[in-house]
Design a protein around this ligand. Structure first.
Ligand SMILES: NC(=O)C1=CN([C@@H]2O[C@H](COP(=O)(O)OP(=O)(O)OC[C@H]3O[C@@H](n4cnc5c(N)ncnc54)[C@H](OP(=O)(O)O)[C@@H]3O)[C@@H](O)[C@H]2O)C=CC1
Ligand SMILES: CC(C)(CO)C(=O)C(=O)O
Length: 318
């Protein structure tokens, strides 16, 4: 396939333009792309007045080229579809993207979790698949309104491996729009590396009633527990063929302390009564641990406790 030249900027459709989708949509819009969005609850507001941002990067507020609803078909086949919905059981992501993909459309995931690409790779074997990790603090504060607190860097590569011309083009567009992109030809290892942080801090923050990072680290035994959880993630990653750097725990702990008190995306989902990405971020890792016979007693305790809690919460809300 011949990619569009730098002058003819690609057409982008963002599916799930919440915090992450609207932020990275804004960046691509700044780079001169035509960016459209598929929205559910925010459809009317964004169609009427676009996205409104607060951000240290300046005014990122933007108006999409088209605002679609799920089930519509694109006016023009997009070059890239960005999928930015939460990875939740019962959400069929392949069905969400199916009608938006042309034969040559590249599918780009900007989502947390491990082992979350396979269902899309299987459903669309002929479309280029790009997997991205977002290092950013951003949240949706109301319909069409978004607060970008800090950061924004992406790590990007093809799934399961490689860094093709689509990665090259999209990474350059994100850079033009003002954010850093680290390209990798081994994105699965990068997902493991990010999960060392997410699989430890995210579920613990929910058990701790939405606690921020410093509250967790400073509680008696808190840092020790987080280190034990990180060690278990690293052991599973290694058994799966992805050895982690020897200083990864130290760097994660010191980096998190330096960042100051921070509520991760799962803590925010929990505090706002939204479903949490428990299976994508914890369950999939425990499943791999079981397959490879790696003991993960702390991760399993946290996972099962949260599953029980989800059951109790949903029984109460019926
Ligand atoms: N926020 C952050 O700082 C970070 C988030 N991430 C990851 O990025 C991913 C996205 O998170 P985030 O943007 O925060 O989540 P949000 O909840 O802010 O956004 C998700 C969006 O997906 C939409 N959506 C869900 N289902 C559908 C559907 N069927 N059709 C159309 N839209 C749909 C939601 O719409 P509706 O409102 O209608 O449900 C919402 O707008 C997650 O995997 C998260 O873990 C990673 C790093 C940091
Ligand atoms: C790493 C971090 C904390 C923000 O980039 C994240 O992935 C999350 O909030 O879930």
């Amino acid at each position: 396939m011949i990619l569009k030249s730098a002058e003819a900027k690609p057409h982008i459709v963002v599916i799930g333009a919440g915090a992450i989708g609207s932020f990275y949509g804004a960046i691509l819009k700044r780079a001169g792309c035509a960016v459209s969005v598929v929205l559910r609850s925010d459809y009317e507001t964004v169609k009427a007045s676009g996205f409104r941002f607060t951000s240290p990067l300046g005014d990122l507020s933007w108006t999409p080229d088209h605002v679609y609803q799920p089930g519509e078909t694109p006016l023009q086949t997009p070059d890239y579809v960005l999928l930015c919905v939460k990875v939740l059981p019962g959400v069929d992501r392949a069905e969400l993207v199916r009608s938006w993909l042309g034969n040559h459309t590249a599918l780009v995931l900007i989502e947390n979790g491990l082992d979350i690409e396979r269902e899309l790779a299987d459903a669309f074997p002929d479309n280029p698949l790009l997997s991205c990790l977002a290092f950013i603090a951003v949240s949706r504060t109301g319909p069409g309104t978004v607060n970008h607190q800090a950061y924004g860097q992406l790590v990007m590569g093809n799934f399961p491996k490689g860094f093709d011309q689509h990665c090259e083009q999209l990474a350059n567009l994100f850079r033009e729009g003002g954010i850093d992109v680290n390209g990798t030809d081994a994105v699965v290892g990068e997902r493991w590396r990010k999960c060392v942080w997410n699989t430890s801090f995210n579920p613990l923050s929910v058990l701790a009633n939405g606690a921020d990072t410093l509250t967790m680290l400073d509680a008696p035994g808190g840092e020790a527990l987080i280190r034990l959880m990180m060690k278990e993630v690293i052991a599973v990653a290694e058994a799966d063929g992805y050895p982690m750097p020897p200083d990864i725990i130290e760097k994660n702990i010191s980096g998190t302390r330096a960042m100051g008190a921070y509520k991760n995306s799962m803590a925010l989902d929990y505090l706002n009564d939204r479903p949490i990405e428990l299976e994508a971020i914890v369950g999939n890792i425990v499943a791999i641990a079981d397959r490879l016979d790696v003991p993960v007693p702390h991760l399993r305790t946290v996972l099962v406790t949260l599953r029980i809690r989800q059951g109790v919460d949903s029984a109460h809300s019926e």
